[in-house]
Write a protein that binds this ligand. Structure first.
Ligand SMILES: NC(=O)c1ccc[n+]([C@@H]2O[C@H](COP(=O)([O-])OP(=O)(O)OC[C@H]3O[C@@H](n4cnc5c(N)ncnc54)[C@H](O)[C@@H]3O)[C@@H](O)[C@H]2O)c1
Length: 293
């Protein structure tokens, strides 16, 4: 039997961290969400409450489960309080290796000896982070997807020294959070980011070459290949800057196949970063509806 997890500390309460805290509490875990920014903690509290209430209204979440989840959640601005009794610490701070290393060094000091550590990184090295702690065998990647309370998958990422027991315990947590698990050996972009970046980059090359319009490329992949979203709809949601940084990482680690398209690079240079700024491949109105290509 894998190690029993009762209390989970989530570090970073932004887009991903608040979603991870939501599914953690709904999975029955005592959950402490830590952020250095009070505003982020307030937003996380309001968003989780709203999403749980929506889940109840839509019949997706039992009312008693939503009430229990709210009771299990605590919002912390003190790191030590957040991690002191954690059995599992899940990190979801911005994608910077220096920041993540400093979080895990602190957690190594303040969390119990037995606690497991996980990073929600989109592609940074799990082994490098694990190496900054005294527990590399109890460290792995738990790669969640956005929005976390809706998306079904967790990619479990095995670092160089991750033990089977650690993976088993995290897989059990993932299942209690209502997720399906795939296990991936550490490598750039794991499975999902690597394939998605390649498809997205190819779509930009086709647009650049005038092969079809963005709307028709999206339509072709949705109706011809059964993708739920087109590659341009997807990149506008993810952020063109985020996609470009993933491609640069894949290019430097995996080679020329991943060289970022010139059109993507020039859009990012022009500030066309996606839906979050109202303009990416498409232009959006104030409600976030696409109004033109
Ligand atoms: N957004 C996505 O679609 C997505 C998907 C999968 C994985 N990820 C990964 O998840 C991680 C978080 O991404 P996000 O989109 O939630 O970012 P975000 O910017 O929405 O949230 C990050 C949060 O971390 C907080 N933070 C910053 N420094 C901190 C510190 N020292 N201690 C505690 N909190 C701190 C910020 O205040 C912010 O609330 C990144 O590694 C990202 O690559 C993101």
């Amino acid at each position: 039997m894998s190690q029993e997890i009762r209390t989970i500390a989530v570090i970073g309460g932004g887009t991903m961290g608040l979603g991870i805290a939501h599914v953690s509490a709904l999975g029955g875990y005592r959950t402490r969400l830590f952020d250095t920014d009070e505003g982020a903690l307030n937003r996380a509290y309001n968003t989780i409450e709203r999403n749980l209430d929506k889940g109840v209204a839509r019949g997706k979440v039992e009312e008693t489960a939503a009430v229990a989840a709210k009771d299990l959640l605590a919002f912390e601005n003190d790191f030590l309080t957040a991690v002191a009794d954690a059995d599992l610490v899940i990190e979801a701070v911005p994608e910077s290796i220096e920041l993540k290393l400093s979080i895990f060094q602190r957690a190594e000091r303040d969390a119990p000896q037995h606690a497991l550590f996980a990073s929600n990184t989109s592609g940074l090295s799990i082994s490098e982070m694990a190496g900054a702690t005294g527990r590399p065998e109890r460290f792995a990647g738990m790669h969640f997807f956005n929005p976390v309370h809706i998306m079904k998958l967790i990619e479990l990422v095995r670092g160089a020294e991750t033990s089977d027991d650690t993976l088993a315990a995290m897989a059990e947590v993932g299942k209690r959070m209502g997720k399906e698990i795939v296990t991936v050996r550490e490598s750039p972009g794991f499975v999902t980011s690597r394939i998605n970046a390649l498809i997205g980059n190819e779509a930009f090359r086709m647009l650049e070459q005038g092969i079809a319009s963005a709307a028709d490329i999206d339509k072709a992949l949705k109706l011809g290949l059964n993708h739920p979203m087109g590659p341009f709809e997807m990149v506008d949601l993810v952020g063109l800057d985020v996609r470009l940084s993933i491609l640069k990482h894949l290019h430097s680690t995996l080679g020329d196949l991943y060289r970022p398209s010139e059109l993507l690079t020039s859009y990012v240079g022009d500030g066309r970063l996606g839906k979050k700024v109202g303009r990416g491949v498409y232009t959006y109105d104030a409600e976030g509806k696409a109004i033109s290509e």
